[in-house]
Structures are given as structure tokens and as C-alpha cells.
Write a protein that binds this ligand. Structure first.
Ligand code: MN
Ligand code: MN
Length: 484
């Protein structure tokens, strides 16, 4: 009882005034629209880069000089991108960066996906990221991505999003014949090699074998100029075909696919659009491949971050590798990723004194990991103290988070790949219910508070000119000098 009273006091809805309440709902309208349009990392990059250009951000590639106040945008391989607002202080004093990921769990088509069986043409898939396979049957699926021809021509695919578009689906076994299936462990109920999506049944009349597959390929050829071999050089993703929706009679929540981690991507994007002439340079970075371990040349285990800083310093006339190291080491970062919200249907997996709740504000997660914080970043308390101060000064409602009870599972984020460079970093994002499911739920109040948190961080964290933070900033700078 005391517990729930305490939580009510910390509830965002109880702590905001009518004016902010209106802003919460307005902000989330834009967010819902974004979620319905953007379902893949490539679509996220297109959306973010276009939005940046519309808001007077210049392509980093086209500038030769770096000046305070400049707003810059860059992208890499069409799957990662970032926005920069150049600060008045020298770059080697470090950046304030917010880093989210724009890939989400899904079903990828294999290199040879198309086959015909029992009068149906099907598409073979290999799942991407941590999914519960039984989530992905009996639902409408849309196909998004690109196909690259041998001559380099790139074909964009998006089938299943418009109201009159056809969709794909993976049928589940009927309960009448599901006796054996229902006795299996949940991880084995759906076999990964049975995640084959139905894609057509019409035969080509003048053929005698595999005529349904032939007709399907003919349609792909006629409509998209795709030959069967072209699937080899393609990135095609099956994702839920439905749009984002408001949840609850009070419309206080958002339900959608891919909110891990596009909720942090959208909030940080909106935040940096409003950052003006910061002291420390602000970087809002959107990365790929987090869900499979931040691998590949678009994931954060690559030299991506180092290359961005090197590029920036080169253009700023600091053509000295030591400066790259110094800039990265002196940076402050928020690893902008989601955490699990306490789910009243599963009270046994959460430790309520330390887990996060819907509508209690942006979540600060000191450590992630599993089995004794293994592979966690485990943020420094000196940095966390300064972040608490920033959030409290800016009326950002925040809460602590831990990913469930100790030893029940776990997970990680990109935080540790940033900590590698020596910068201060902590996980900070939105509490999500049903994370990694095809319909994740967040509270609109938390979405708004997360935007406020990122904006305060990029605009003001580590500033020297804010009177009421002078003591704390001095202490922080001393600590940093000692580390060097
Ligand atoms: Mn995530
Ligand atoms: Mn995830």
C-alpha cells in the first residue's frame, strides 16, 4: 500500500500541469505517425536525414569548416546516421552524445527464400534478434527492404503498408491438430525453419512443375524487375503490417512494433532539433545491428564513432590522432535504450524496488547484463549524480531501472561500446511493456519525459556557465583531469 502511494507521487501524470499535458499528447501524435511510417533501419535513416535537412541541418560531407552553432547531418551505408550541433567549446573537450539504435527484431528473408509446397508459394526466413517465435504466426506481415541487382541498381520494396496492399502471413497450426504442439516447451512450439511466410497460390497455366513459384517470380519480374538470384543481394525484412495505435480509453499509451528502440530514436531526434548553440558539441547518433550484438560496419562495435570524431576534427583543423582520443575520452553519453516496465501479469520476474514502471518517467539504468552484471557497462556514480542533478533542475521526471530480478535473464545495450573509449556513459530511456514482441507498449508520459531528458542533456550537461551548477561542474572536470 505504501508502495503504491509512493509510486503515485512519482507518477508523471500527477506531476505535470495542464499545459504540459497538452504537450505530451501533441508530442505523441508525431511519434505515432513516425512509428507507422518507419519499420526498418533504412526507413529510419531516410526519415531522420530528411527531417534534419528540413530543419536546416547541412550535410557534413559538403562542409569544409567546423564552426560553433553549425547544424550538421551525416549517414553511413543508409543504415546509421547522426545529427550534430557544434558547440562553442573546443571539440577535444568532448561531446554530449545520445546514442539509440534503429534496428528491431524481425524476420529476414534468406538468400534463397522462394519455394513451392502443397499448392502454395512460401518465403523462407531467418529471424533477426531476440524473438519469441510463436509471436510471429497468425498475423499480417509486410515486406520491407532493398534488392540490389548485379549492375548496382537498387530496388526499394515496401509491400503491405497501404490499406489496399496485400500482406504475407505465417499460418499457425489449428488447435484441433495441435495436441502434440501444445505439449511442447514454448521455445519449441514454433520451429525456426517453420517460419515460412505464405506469398501466393496462383499457378502459371502453361507450366507443368513448380508453376505457382514460376508465376510468383513472373510477378516479381514484371512489377519490380526482380529475378530469383537477386534475393542473394537483398535485405528484405518481414515486419508487422499494422500501424501504431493509442492504447487505453484515456489514450495514455502507445502500442506499436519496433518501439525498442525507435522510441529513443524519435525522442532524441526531436530533442536535437531544438538544441541551439550549445557549449559542448551535441551528437545524436542512430545505430544499426544492436539487436544482434552491435556487429557489422553499421553497428557500434565498429570504428563508426571514432571515424565520426576523426572526420569532425579533421574538418576543424585538428589533424592529430591524439585529439580523437581526447575528444572521445572527454565525452559524456546517454545510451538511449529501453528497459522493461513492471508487468502486473508477471509480478514474479520483477523486483519492484528497483525495476521501472509505466508513467514514472525516463529510466536511468546504472547497469544491465546478466548473472552478476556480466558484460554490463555499470555507470560511474559520479556521472549518475551529475545526471540526477541535471534532470531535477529541468523538471525531468525520472526513475531507476533494472532488467527484472537478478539471475532471471538479462540483456545488454550499446553502453559498453562507448565506455570503451573512456567516456562517461549511462543507459537512459523509456520503460516498455512486452519488449521485443510485435506490439510493444509505452506510456505517452514517459515518451515526453525522455525527450525532455535528452534535450536537457545535449543542451546543458557539463556547461560551465550555469551558475547553480558551478560547484558540481568543477568537481567533474577535476575528476576528468585525474583520469587523463
Ligand atoms: Mn534496445
Ligand atoms: Mn532490444
Amino acid at each position: 500500500m505504501t508502495d503504491s502511494k509512493e509510486r503515485l507521487k512519482r507518477n508523471v501524470w500527477m506531476r505535470i500541469n495542464d499545459e504540459e499535458l497538452t504537450q505530451v499528447y501533441e508530442f505523441n501524435q508525431g511519434y505515432i505517425d513516425f512509428l507507422s511510417r518507419v519499420k526498418t533501419e533504412r526507413e529510419a535513416v531516410d526519415y531522420i536525414v530528411n527531417t534534419a535537412r528540413q530543419n536546416n541541418f547541412t550535410d557534413l560531407d559538403t562542409v569544409t569548416e567546423i564552426k560553433p552553432g553549425q547544424k550538421l547531418v551525416f549517414s553511413h551505408k543508409g543504415k546509421t546516421c547522426g545529427l550534430l550541433v557544434i558547440g562553442t567549446r573546443p571539440l577535444e573537450e568532448g561531446l554530449n552524445m545520445v546514442v539509440s539504435h534503429i534496428d528491431s527484431p524481425r524476420l529476414d528473408l534468406k538468400a534463397h527464400p522462394v519455394y513451392e509446397a502443397d499448392g502454395i508459394v512460401l518465403l523462407k526466413t531467418h529471424y533477426y534478434g531476440g524473438i519469441k517465435k510463436y509471436h510471429w504466426v497468425s498475423m499480417p506481415l509486410a515486406l520491407h527492404g532493398v534488392v540490389v541487382k548485379k549492375d548496382g541498381k537498387k530496388i526499394d520494396i515496401s509491400i503491405g503498408e497501404k490499406e489496399d496492399d496485400p500482406v504475407f502471413t505465417i499460418a499457425d497450426l489449428l488447435p484441433h491438430l495441435g495436441k502434440e504442439q501444445m505439449e511442447k516447451k514454448a521455445s519449441e512450439v514454433i520451429n525456426a525453419e517453420s517460419l515460412n511466410a505464405m506469398a501466393g497460390t496462383l499457378p502459371m497455366k502453361d507450366q507443368d512443375s513448380e508453376n505457382i513459384k514460376k508465376y510468383f517470380m513472373q510477378l516479381l519480374k514484371d512489377n519490380y524487375d526482380i529475378d530469383e538470384d537477386d534475393f542473394t543481394s537483398a535485405e528484405l525484412e518481414l515486419v508487422p503490417a499494422y500501424a501504431a495505435r493509442e492504447i487505453g480509453i484515456d489514450r495514455s499509451m502507445v502500442g506499436a512494433y519496433g518501439q525498442d528502440d525507435r522510441v529513443c530514436a524519435y525522442t532524441s531526434l526531436q530533442a536535437i532539433l531544438e538544441v541551439e548553440k550549445p557549449e559542448r558539441t551535441a551528437l545524436c547518433l542512430f545505430v544499426d545491428k544492436e539487436e544482434i550484438g552491435s556487429t557489422g560496419n553499421t553497428g557500434l562495435q565498429s570504428l563508426l564513432l571514432e571515424n565520426i570524431v576523426a572526420d569532425l576534427l579533421y574538418k576543424a583543423g585538428q589533424q592529430n590522432y591524439f585529439m580523437v582520443r581526447q575528444c572521445l575520452r572527454n565525452s559524456f553519453a546517454l545510451s538511449a535504450d529501453v528497459n522493461a516496465a513492471v508487468d502486473p501479469n508477471y509480478p514474479d520476474v520483477f523486483e519492484k524496488m528497483n525495476c521501472s514502471f509505466l508513467s514514472q518517467g525516463v529510466v536511468l539504468t546504472k547497469y544491465t547484463g546478466s548473472r552478476g552484471k556480466s558484460e554490463s557497462n555499470d555507470a560511474n556514480p559520479e556521472f549518475l549524480g551529475a545526471i540526477r542533478n541535471l534532470f531535477d533542475n529541468h523538471e525531468v521526471v525520472w526513475q531507476v531501472g533494472e532488467l527484472g530480478k537478478v539471475d532471471l535473464g538479462g540483456g545488454g545495450t550499446v553502453a559498453r561500446y562507448m565506455a570503451y573509449f573512456g567516456m562517461e556513459v549511462v543507459d537512459c530511456g523509456v520503460a516498455v511493456m512486452g519488449m521485443h514482441s510485435p506490439f510493444e507498449v509505452v506510456s505517452k508520459a514517459d515518451v515526453y519525459m525522455t525527450y525532455k531528458a535528452y534535450k536537457a542533456f545535449m543542451q546543458e550537461f557539463g556547461n560551465t556557465t550555469v551558475a547553480d551548477k558551478t560547484t558540481k561542474t568543477t568537481r567533474k572536470r577535476t575528476t576528468r583531469k585525474k583520469q587523463q
